[in-house]
Ligand binder design. Sequence first.
Ligand code: F0G
Length: 471
Amino acid sequence: MNNKKLITMGEQFGRRSWAEPWKIKMVEPIRITSPQERRDALEKAGYNTFLLHSKDVYIDLLTDSGTGAMSDRQWAGIMLGDEAYAGSRNFFHLEEAVQKYYGYRYLVPTHQGRGAEHLLSQALIKPGQYVPGNMYFTTTRLHQELAGGTFVDVIIDEAHDPPNLHPFKGNVDLDKLEALVKRVGAESIPYISLAGTVNMAGGQPVSMANVKALRALCDRYSIPIYLDATRMVENAFFIQEREEGYKDKTIAAILQEFCSFTDGAWMSAKKDNLVNIGGWLAVNDSDLFDALRNMVVIYEGLHTYGGMAGRDMEALAIGITEAVDDDHVRSRVEQVRYLGNLLTNWEIPIVKPVGGHAIFLDAKSFYPHIPQDQFPAQTLAAGLYLDSGIRGMERGIVSAGRDPKTGDHRYPALELTRLAIPRRVYTQAHMDVVAEAVKAVYDSREQTKGLKMVYEPKYLRFFQARFERAS
Ligand code: F0G
């Protein structure tokens, strides 16, 4: 593995350019549609970008989940799949990779992140308990609620303020957390749900100082910390870049140090870990491991495959190794930042600082004339698709869902449209096209009308809800 810092031609000659540390071996054609085709497709999809067919999408920024490109080595690993039902050799490679880079003792494989969330929530949460975390994530909170818990947001206030330039907007507010512990009692808190980076806040990182202080606080009250490690490698990059004392440490070393302050982690391997499907759950507590290993056979598959094929586990083990390469992480985050800088230069309102995996357009600032219950961020995602066939995703009131007790919409402070960048898939030219499309939509913002919801599913409504143009 090459963990040397990349010295670019640009740096050598005093310019600040960078290039991807890979070249392209295989291409997948994409197609620009006509405005009429897009109008028809969007109407058929009920103005929900999740319901579009991918053949009708030009540049697909719906998610960075499972949409990355695997390397030649990972594809070679696919051919080494050991499809034994039990004890596949690929499982042991995966176990070794997680232990080596994340540092946890025991591994439970799952088919993807929410499979791991389900197991952990069911194993740890008792009805009536509270689960504090640094901002909710949709599937994470739902599994905590289905286990009878109530999620409590204890992220710092800066996270809810899009233009605020705090370098670690993912940090836990320790005062908010301690106030909760004092109010409900430590015995009512099964664990802290800590995410690095924080997806819904804009891919914002948690600092090493914060996780250290969190550990100290939790030790006082004997509360464990479980980490959503889905984008923790990107979090490590921000620590290397921004936190004193980490400039000369490798991403791998920072990742391991951060994880050492937590008791275990769950993973959607479809992001940082560079595979199209997969997940895992890793813990240090042997009793908890026994419980999880027993549960996984009910919901996912035997404890040596957890819903993945042997070949998937091999690609994942290799992906974990590639993911912590310093050059890879740097080029990944810098590509996101490149798009962010183009938009910022045009004074288009986005969440700042730009996070690790996506640009988040501030739909409230785009459309101050559209009330939140007419779905400004959903409107913006639809508008961007209509303009240019680029697909983003709503991360606002639709994603926030309804309060399970009152049945009312939850009104989140952040009303965002996310443009997530898949890993190792698009070029700088694609980013230029995206920036110009966002600008065109921004320039015509005043004429835009909101939406009304005409179909609403019970769970995770953003995936399947349908809308019409509000009159
Ligand atoms: N945690 C985080 C922070 C996530 O972003 C996701 C998925 C999950 C857990 C669940 O993992 O999808 O493998 O079951 N995020 C995707 C996204 C869907 O588009 O942000 P999963």
